[in-house]
Design a protein around this ligand. Sequence first.
Ligand SMILES: Nc1ncnc2c1ncn2[C@@H]1O[C@H](COP(=O)(O)OP(=O)(O)OP(=O)(O)O)[C@@H](O)[C@H]1O
Length: 586
Amino acid sequence: MIKWLKWMIDRSNASPDNEANREAGLRWLFSFIRPQRNAIILVLLLSVLASAMVLLQPWLTKMLIDDGLLAKDYSMLLQLSGLMIAIGIFNTGLSGFNRYCHTKLSGQILFALREDLYQHLQKLSPTFYAQRRIGDLLSRMDVDVAQIQRFAVDALFASVSSVLGLLGAISMMLILSWQLSLMVVVLIPLEVIWLRWMRRKVEQQARGLRERSADLSSFLVETLPVMKFIQSVGQEPRESHRLQQFGGQYLDQLLILQVVEFFTHALPSTLTSCARAGVFLIGGYWVIEGQWQLGALIAFSTYLGMALGPVQSLLGLYVAIQKMVVSLDRVAELRQQPVVVDSLTDTVPLSEHGVGTLKLEQVSFCHHNRTEAILREVSLEIKAGLKVAISGASGAGKSTFIDLLQRHYDPDTGRILFDGVDLRRCHLAELRRRIAVVSQDIVLFRGSLLDNLRYACPSATDEQVKAAAIQAQLGELIAALPQGLLTPLGERGQQLSGGQKQRIAIARALLQQPKILILDEATSAVDEHTEQEIIQAVDQLFSGRTRILISHRQSTLQDADLYLKLEQGQLTEYQNWPQAQQRPAV
Ligand SMILES: Nc1ncnc2c1ncn2[C@@H]1O[C@H](COP(=O)(O)OP(=O)(O)OP(=O)(O)O)[C@@H](O)[C@H]1O
C-alpha cells in the first residue's frame, strides 16, 4: 500500500530528505490504520454489498422494460416491482449501518493520530516552542491531521467502492455491448495522463493554501489573548488591517487552487460528456434499426453513468492524494522533531526519603543557535534545606539554570545530580514532582479554583486541597468567591489579582510536596508588603526544605543562607546580599 501511494505521489521536486520524511510519514499513518484491520474489513464488505446492490438496479430496469413492459407480462411486472421495493428497503438499512461503522472507524483513526502527535509535542523542549508559531502548530494538529484522516479512511473506501463499481459497471456494459464499451475504456488512459501532468500544480497550490490558513490561525492565536494590550495602545485598526490582509491572501490562494482543480477535472468531464453523446448516437441508431432493445440501451447508459462516476471519483482521489501529501509532510515534520530530553527505560528511582541535595559537576550549557554560554564548567553543591538567593543581570541565564534543574534541557557537558543521581537517569515525572517552580507567569486553566489547585497533584482529596489553600492564605479569596472553591476561574484567571494567583501557585506547590521549591521572579508582580507576606508564608510552609529564590529585588533575596550570582557563565557564591552586588567573590 505504501509503495502504491509513493507511486501516486509526485516526486519530481522532492529531495532525498523529503522522500525519507514522506516515507516515515506514510509509515506513521499506516501504523494507525493497521490495528483497525477488522473494522476496515467489515466496512469493505459492507461497501462491496452496497456496490452489488447498486449494480443490480439498472439490470432490473432492463428486465422491467424488455421482459415486463414490452413483453406485456403482468406477473413479471408485479414480481419485479416487489423486488425493487425490497431491495430499496434493504439498501436504506445497509447504507445507515455502513455510515455508522464508517464514522466510528474514521473518528477512531483521527483521534489516535491526534493523540500520538500531541504526546510527541508534550516531549519537545521550550526551545521548540520558542521558535514555533502556536497558530501554525494548531493548524497542523487540527486541519492537517483531519485532512490526512479524511484521506486515509474516506478516500480509501471511496476508492475501493469506486473500483468495484467501475469493474461491475464495465462487466455489465461488456455483456450488453462490447463495441460501445470499448469507447469508454479508451478514455481512461487519456484521463490518467492528464492528471499525472496536473498533480504537481495541485500539490503546490494546496501547500500554499495550508500555509495561508496557518497564517490566519497564528494571527488569531497571537492577538485574541492580548486584546486588552491592543486596545490600550490603540492599535485595533492596525490589527483589523492585518486580518484583512491575511484574509485576502487566503482568498487569493483559494481561488488559484479552485482554478487549478477546475482545469484538472475539466478535461476528464468533457471527455465523459463526449463519450455519453457517442453512446446515445450509436446505440440509438441500433435501436431504431431494430438491432438492439430499448431496455438494453437505457441499462447501458445507466451503467455508463455508473462507470464514469467512479472514474471521476478515482480521479478526484488522485487530486486528494496530492493535497493529503501536503498535510502529511507538515505533520511528519512535527512528528520528526527530535525529543531532546526523555526518560530512559532503566531509570534509577529517587528515594522518598531523599532530602533533595543538588550538585553540579563541571556543567556547561549554551542555547541552540546562541554563542554566549549560560553556564561554563560550573561546579557547585546546594545542600538540602537551605534558602538560596540567586541574582544576576537580566538575560544572564537564571531561568535557564532552573530549566536545567527541572531537566527541560540537558547540560552540553558535565552533569547535575539530585540526591546523588544524575538527572539523565531519573524518571522525568518523579524528578519534576520533587522540584516545584513558581514563576512570574502563573498558569491557570479554565475550570474551578479547586481543579486549578489540584492540577499538579490530581489525586489530592478535597480536604487536602482546602488545607493547602488555607495554608497559602487563600481563605479570604475562597470566602469572597460566589461558589467558594468550586467557582470557575474563567479564561487564564483574568479576574484574579497578581498576589492571589501567586498564592494559588504556592498552594499548588504545597500539595505537590516538593523537596525543592523555586520562586523564579514569582513575587515581582506584587507590592513589597504582599511579597513579604508571601515569602514569610513560603519560609514557614517550606521550612526545612530547599528554597531557591530568583529576583532582582533586595527585599526578596534578604535573609538567605546562600547567595549565588550568575555572571558570564559562572555561578559565584557570596556571603550576603551587599557582597553579591559588588566584587570580588569570596
Ligand atoms: N529557548 C531558548 N532558546 C534560545 N535562547 C534562549 C532560550 N531561552 C532563553 N534564551 C536566551 O538565553 C539567555 C538567558 O535567558 P534567561 O531567560 O535564562 O535569562 P534570565 O537571567 O532569567 O533573564 P531575566 O532576569 O530577564 O528573566 C537570554 O539571552 C535569552 O535570550
